[in-house]
Write a protein that binds this ligand. Structure first.
Ligand SMILES: Cc1cc2nc3c(=O)[nH]c(=O)nc-3n(C[C@H](O)[C@H](O)[C@H](O)COP(=O)(O)OP(=O)(O)OC[C@H]3O[C@@H](n4cnc5c(N)ncnc54)[C@H](O)[C@@H]3O)c2cc1C
Length: 393
């Protein structure tokens, strides 16, 4: 005999837990089916264990989606302030870091405990280590799982995106969408380090591994100014993760190593004042010495400033303010913090996340084609979309 619930939620991650507690509070009998042995694994590892759970400044501009307006309704109905209120009620506190990013002082696990407490209070039931084998619809949903059969009026898919497959992440959500005839946009790694051709890696990047500096990096329509990190595999750091979400294979990126300066004008002025000064020593005033050395070895030449023509100085300045680099790829889903793509937002109600073609079926969180920038935006989307579905599912 199949056990019956009002709502079945697949996935006990950020969005699924929020949806479960909200639906449970409305008196709905809610069951959460989770493949892993416990809830909230991605929350637990987020923000270096402190979870960057939201941001003080949230708007649709912080999200990538084929329809940039889709996320507005949910984000307006459940805001960062609502999540902070919830945390306050549980005695949790936070620390504000740069760019309005909020981190939980009691650690990421405390956020999972808070959501589970809310779910328990709302009577939500959980099945862990549960594999979904089949989903059918006939005047309601029937789920066949490794732990038996369940039926429900509403089915919420909250299985997240495919980043970090070693944690069990998959494209399950897109497969369910396809089964019900809904379009989706293929997942692509986002918030991920760049890799480079082996020659450039060996000559330029590997010798700089470990160096970090503040830089402005742009790609296509997007530009960010944050920390850049050279690694033995390529480029990383927050500024690189940010632009990676906007990058497509073949696109160059532009790195401004001296974002506060017109580097060409600066070099010319220094040439006038100190003609005998060597370029490397001058660059080392503003950049890490090892980086100044590699730039002189590989791109410029380390001569006294008077040896350069004004044209050469202007050219070097343009490189310092917009070093054109050509990534060969990204580190992929293995290390990506998120994925762009997901269920096409045209298929869903922006108010409830319900599929227009299949009443009773909902998609929330990262399975939907809404991807946040770095800074707590992905969790805010998970809370907001989960909350919205939880009001009606
Ligand atoms: C290393 C790392 C750090 C991050 N740090 C931050 C951060 O600080 N701030 C931020 O905003 N975002 C961060 N993110 C992104 C954030 O974790 C996700 O965007 C967010 O967790 C998405 O929520 P979700 O509920 O949609 O999916 P998830 O939280 O991934 O939850 C999906 C759940 O579904 C389960 N599941 C999957 N498939 C099935 C299946 N077939 N059957 C049953 N269950 C299934 C999974 O086990 C999981 O529990 C980080 C991501 C990573 C990888």
């Amino acid at each position: 005999m199949n056990k019956h619930f009002d709502v079945i939620i697949v996935g006990a991650g950020a969005a699924g837990l929020m949806c479960a507690m909200e639906a449970g509070r409305r008196g709905r009998r809610v069951l959460v089916l989770e493949k892993a042995g416990r809830a909230g694994n991605k929350i637990r590892i987020s923000g270096g264990g402190k979870s960057n759970f939201t941001n003080l400044d949230v708007s649709a501009d912080n999200y990538l989606s084929r329809n940039p307006h889709f996320c507005k309704s949910a984000l307006a109905r459940y805001t960062q302030w609502d999540f902070m209120d919830l945390m306050r009620r549980h005695g949790l506190t936070w620390e504000e870091r740069e760019h309005g990013r909020l981190f939980c002082e009691q650690g990421a696990g405390a956020i999972v405990d808070m959501l589970l407490e809310e779910c328990t209070a709302a009577g939500v039931r959980f099945r862990y280590d549960c594999e979904i084998e089949d989903i059918r619809w006939k005047q309601g949903f029937s789920l066949y799982t490794s732990q038996g059969g369940y039926t429900a009026e509403s089915l919420v898919i909250a299985t997240g995106g495919p980043s970090i497959p070693r944690m069990g992440a998959t494209d399950f959500g897109l497969r369910v969408a396809r089964q019900f005839g809904l379009k989706s946009i293929p997942f692509k790694p986002a918030l991920v380090p760049f890799t480079f051709p082996s020659g450039f890696l060996a000559r330029v990047l590997k010798p700089l591994a470990g160096i970090s500096l503040e830089a402005a990096v742009s790609c296509n329509e997007a530009g960010f100014r944050e920390e850049l990190l050279f690694t033995h595999r390529g480029l990383s750091g927050p500024v690189i993760l940010q632009v990676s979400s906007y990058w497509n294979r073949g696109d160059p990126i532009f790195v401004n190593l001296l974002p506060d300066l017109d580097a060409g004008d600066w070099l010319k002025a220094e040439q006038g004042a100190y003609p005998n000064r060597h370029l490397k020593n001058l660059l080392a005033e503003k950049l890490p010495r090892r980086l100044a050395g590699i730039l002189c070895e590989q791109l410029f030449s380390d001569q006294p400033l008077q040896a350069f023509s004004h044209r050469e100085l202007a050219h070097m300045g343009a490189t310092l303010n917009g070093w054109r680099l050509q990534p060969s790829g990204t580190e992929g889903m293995r290390t990506a913090e998120a994925a762009t793509g997901g269920v096409d937002t045209d298929e869903l109600s922006s108010r409830t996340m319900e599929a227009k073609k299949q009443p009773g079926l909902y998609f929330i969180g990262e399975t939907v084609d809404v991807t946040g920038q770095l800074g707590g935006y992905n969790f805010q989307w998970a809370w907001a979309s989960g909350w919205s579905a939880g009001q009606v599912a």
